[in-house]
Design a protein around this ligand. Structure first.
Ligand code: BG6
Length: 511
């Protein structure tokens, strides 16, 4: 790897350094960054965890993860050896001060050897129960006191509800300033998610019609074919609303609905996003069923094979009331969006993997074509495909060849794979790079997290007060419970599964 001189000396500390996230995501992303962009000349990863492990044993473990998850495939032995030399292990209890004091010593030792001061990044890849603890110890050990040189990284779940999110943010704020805190929502690291801003604000074409005058409704779908896999223990205490809607879907909604930013400054963009959350019409606890539907999958099929129901998954209670599907209808009360419904849905064990935003335009104000010309007529629609397809498709009307005027829907598309030779980095590569550069644009600010919880609290409370009587209410391999249709206004519809593959070309692996 050739060093990258954009970044200064860095010590990257991972709490939970022997854990799953580190092996599957963090180390492969850092390795790929090393290959692609280069890491600083003076760079060290200190993995901290409870288990007894030596440097070599840890490196061997992480090597397996890189073999499996690096986007460059299995690394050449020399490339791995060079990278692995930067990894060190420190055994320690996350709830004991000596762990942090010896971490401080190790950082100072590295700085002495490098002859330079280093940025210190503390990544909490631990169970959420430790999120409130680690910052306190870092503070006590004096590891956070230099505001310019230390940063903390935290992943969702940022709290379990509004009260716990406020408490967690307060704990973080007791030791770190907001500028030092990087809250990860990995959706923001996806190229296609960042492209929403590029598409909306780097092209003058759509902005004039991006409002209630021309847009009838918007749907945001994040559909997964997988069930809860090995994460039943966590998921059964979370559910789809906390796991997906509070963060990933809210981020997508903000990017679609926000006002144009004045500059590309992190806080300018984040202010505009928070404005959206503040403008969403509050949900009343006694009217939850009019704007939110929950579902849980029962036995069904997936990939042509029988799939067990959610309640049969490992780590899930046999009478679990946890939702694996959510559909919502939201309104944004401002000049741009008044009365335009935003329909959101996400679920596990659905028939197709597809994350898509569909912008449905209004019908033409006056239909001047003869009725027989427009039998297949459909109002224009724009689909922003996040994954597995990566691109944008505009559906519009064209004249069908022949003597008569006949209209038919056609599509015009942009596809990342075909338009750009450059491969897309993994979201974690982008995000870890930005942490190292101290660029907070793609990270969640405390007020945004809290505003999202505030909006969803009545739903959580309403659902808790009235447990579902019909779970499981959709079969694995179907598009969720029937009730999700009932959220839609007359004439509105969720995009059909066949429409979710933008250009009708080769579909992704789950397609
Ligand atoms: C995670 C959720 O945040 O996002 C998972 O905890 C979900 O339940 C995952 O499967 C989806 O991410 P992606 O990038 O695969 O769409």
């Amino acid at each position: 790897m050739s060093p990258n001189d954009q970044l200064g000396p860095t010590v990257f500390v991972i709490f939970g350094g022997a854990g799953d996230l580190t092996g599957r995501k963090l180390i492969p992303a850092l390795f790929d960054l090393a290959q692609d962009r280069g890491l600083p000349e003076h760079f060290a990863i200190i993995a901290v965890d409870r288990i007894r492990l030596g440097d070599e044993a840890l490196r061997d473990r992480l090597h397996l993860g890189v073999n499996q998850f690096s986007r460059f495939g299995k690394p050449k032995p020399a490339a791995w050896k060079q990278f692995a030399g930067h990894i060190h292990y420190q055994q320690g209890d996350f709830q004991k001060l000596p762990t942090y004091t010896s971490l401080g010593k190790q950082c100072r030792k590295l700085e002495k050897a490098w002859g330079a001061r280093a940025h210190r990044i503390f990544y909490m890849a631990t169970p959420p129960s430790l999120f409130g603890e680690i910052p306190k110890y870092l503070g006590e050990a004096g590891l956070a006191k230099d505001r310019e040189w230390s940063r903390i990284v935290i992943e969702k779940p940022i709290g379990y509800d509004l009260a716990s999110a406020l408490a967690l943010n307060a704990t973080l704020a007791a030791t770190f300033t907001e500028a030092q805190i990087f809250r990860i929502d990995h959706y923001l690291g996806k190229e296609t998610v960042q492209n929403i801003l590029a598409f909306r604000f780097a092209n003058p074409l759509f902005e004039p019609i991006w409002n209630r005058r021309y847009i009838d409704y918007v749907t945001i779908t994040v559909a997964e074919t997988v069930g809860v896999e090995h994460r039943g223990g966590y998921y059964d205490h979370a559910g789809a609303l906390r796991d997906m809607v509070q963060n990933h879907l809210m981020q997508l909604l903000c990017l679609v609905a926000m006002e144009p930013m004045v500059s590309f400054q992190a806080d300018e963009i984040r202010n505009k996003k928070v404005d959206v959350l503040h403008a969403i019409r509050p949900i009343h606890e006694d009217a939850v069923s009019q704007c939110a539907v929950r579902g849980q999958y029962g036995p069904g099929t997936g990939g042509g094979k029988p799939v067990p129901g959610y309640r049969e998954e490992e780590g899930v209670a046999p009478d679990s009331q946890t939702e694996t599907f959510v559909a919502m209808k939201l309104f944004i009360d401002n000049w741009r969006w008044q009365d335009v419904p935003f329909y959101l849905r996400t679920g596990k064990c659905l028939p197709r993997q597809a994350s898509e935003i569909s912008i449905q335009f209004r019908a033409v104000p006056h239909q001047s074509f003869p009725p027989e010309a427009s039998l297949g007529w459909q109002p224009s629609r724009l689909i922003l495909s996040i994954q597995p397809e990566e691109g944008i498709v505009l559906g519009f009307q064209a004249k069908y060849p022949g003597a008569k005027m006949q209209l038919r829907p056609v599509v015009m598309g942009f596809n990342y794979r075909e338009s750009f030779a450059a491969p897309s980095p993994d979201a974690y590569e982008t995000l870890l790079w930005d942490v190292m550069k101290s660029d907070a644009t793609l990270f969640m600010r405390a007020d945004q997290v809290e505003a999202a919880w505030q909006l969803l609290m009545p739903v959580l409370q309403g659902w808790q007060a009235a447990p579902p009587s019909d779970f499981p209410n959709y079969a694995a391999g179907t598009w969720g419970p029937e009730e999700a249709q009932g959220l839609l206004a007359l004439g509105h519809r969720w995009p059909l599964p066949t429409e979710l593959a933008p250009t009708g070309r080769k579909k992704g692996k789950n397609g």
